[in-house]
Every structure is written in structure tokens, then in C-alpha cells.
Design a protein around this ligand. Structure first.
Ligand code: SAH
Length: 249
């Protein structure tokens, strides 16, 4: 079981597989006022940077589940490196339908809401693992400005304009699901660059060491087209943020 190989190539050097810098991730952790010993669940935990750094900085404990064998291995090594391997565990597996026995104070899905079939389904899934009064974290794109045409949405690698909402609409949608938005940290164009542009050097290096790989043609094509595509579309039109939610009382 694994994710499509292209992601394991282009994001192999990423610690954060989203348009957040380490600073923004730390800002989010601080904003949540986490207490030592808080249990976290992270569905689609990637290379584990959120759980590992928050374990180090705020004393949280928790579990991450991710379908990429490569990223899960990197998460385990990161936990060792930061000296938090006794606080956080990483499981390689499909997080769809995953409900934890031990309820969490914070349940997160950051940039992987297809796991629950969309934002609403993912919130429902996470809520099943949450303590009463706990916080749900959702990382999700939104339109910074509405694409004028469907082609522009496709240029952003969306399947259609209707894939995403404008920020005020996204915030309102959480309310319609019965949740208060209690915090948020947003990406900006510079933090998007850290996510997207970091793939380019990774691709270039990979091509140099794997010239005869069956994927080399695809990676070459992506490296050639990605900088201009990204600057034309994603960088201008797509926003991204992490939203902290609490069920309305
Ligand atoms: N939350 C992490 C990773 C986001 S990228 C971060 O912010 O760094 C999306 C992640 O979802 C990838 O690591 C991918 O391997 C994982 N993923 C995709 N489908 C999944 C599934 N069905 N179950 C678990 N993880 C999945």
C-alpha cells in the first residue's frame, strides 16, 4: 500500500508537505495553547513534522497515520532525532475510517481531507476520535481570488472551480457544520514557494541520479513546466490555511 510514486519523488526532501514554513507551523502550535500531555491524532501525518516538533515544544503525545511508507519512515527518524520517540508513534496505513480507541484533545487532518471524502466527512471522522471539548484541525485550500474560468482552476490543479471556496465561504461552511472557528493560520505566497519551489531542486537532483528510471520522462516534463504553471496559477489564485474548530455548545 502506498501513494502514487510521483509524490514520493517530488516531496522526498520535504519535512512539511504543505504550504507552511516551520515558523507557521510553530505559530499554529503556539496559538492552540496546548497543554503538556495533550493527546493528538493526525490523519495523513506525512513526515511527522507537526507531531514531532509539538511533542518537543509543547509536550504533546500522539499518533500519526500515513499511507506513504517513505514519509512514515522519515517521521519515525525525525522523532528519534528530536528525542520524542517515546511521545509520538507513526503508523503506515490507510487513515480512511480510522477511529482511535484513546480519545484525543486535538484531532487533525492537514492537507489530506480526501481521507474522509471531503471537509465535512473528515470533520465527522475526526470527531469520533475526539474528547468532549477537543479541537479539530483542518488544513485546506481556498481561493484567494475566484478563478475567472474553469481552465484557470485546472491550472491550479483543481478539477473545477467548485472544488474550493473563498475564505469567508470556507469559514462560514464550518459554522454550517456546527463548529466554531477558534483559530486559524494561513499560508502566504512565500510559504507556498517553500512547498512548491522545493520540489524543483528535488526533481532536478533525482533526474541526475536516476536518468534511466521509467519515471524520468514524467519528472523531466514536470520540472520543465512547473515553475511557470505555479507562478501563473497556484501562486496567484490558491490560498491555504489550517483552521481550528470546536463543536458549538
Ligand atoms: N499532514 C502532512 C502531510 C500532508 S500531504 C503535512 O502537513 O506535512 C498529504 C499526506 O496524505 C501525504 O503524506 C500522503 O501520503 C497522505 N495520504 C494520502 N492518502 C492517505 C490515506 N488514505 N491514508 C493516510 N494517508 C494518506
Amino acid at each position: 500500500m502506498d501513494i502514487p510514486r510521483i509524490f514520493n519523488i517530488t516531496e522526498s526532501a520535504h519535512r512539511i508537505h504543505n504550504p507552511f514554513t516551520p515558523e507557521k507551523l510553530a505559530t499554529l502550535g503556539e496559538a492552540l495553547r496546548l497543554e503538556t500531555g495533550t493527546r493528538m491524532l493526525d490523519l495523513g501525518s506525512g513526515s511527522g513534522e507537526m507531531l514531532c516538533t509539538w511533542a518537543r515544544d509543547y509536550g504533546i503525545i500522539g499518533t500519526g497515520i500515513d499511507m506513504s511508507q517513505l514519509f512514515t519512515g522519515q517521521a519515525k527518524r525525525r522523532a528519534e532525532k528530536l528525542g520524542v520517540a517515546d511521545q509520538v508513534e507513526f503508523i503506515h496505513g490507510d487513515a480512511a475510517g480510522f477511529v482511535s480507541d484513546e480519545k484525543a484533545g486535538v484531532a487533525a487532518c492537514i492537507g489530506a481531507t480526501w481521507i474522509g471524502g471531503g471537509v465535512g466527512g473528515t470533520i465527522e471522522l475526526l470527531a469520533q476520535s475526539l474528547c468532549p471539548g477537543g479541537i479539530i484541525l483542518i488544513g485546506e485550500p481556498y481561493w484567494r481570488q475566484l478563478p475567472p474560468t474553469e481552465d484557470v482552476a485546472k491550472g491550479c490543479q483543481a478539477s473545477s472551480i467548485s472544488d474550493f471556496l473563498l475564505l469567508p465561504e470556507l469559514l462560514a461552511s464550518f459554522g454550517h457544520l456546527g463548529y466554531d472557528v477558534v483559530e486559524m493560520v494561513l499560508a502566504d505566497q512565500d510559504s507556498w514557494d517553500r512547498y512548491e519551489a522545493a520540489k524543483w531542486l528535488t526533481m532536478r537532483r533525482w533526474l541526475e541520479t536516476n536518468p534511466d528510471d521509467e519515471f524520468a520522462k514524467d519528472v523531466r516534463a514536470q520540472l520543465t513546466s512547473e515553475p511557470v504553471r505555479y507562478a501563473t496559477y497556484t501562486r496567484e489564485y490558491l490560498g491555504w490555511g489550517v483552521f481550528a474548530l470546536m463543536a458549538r455548545c
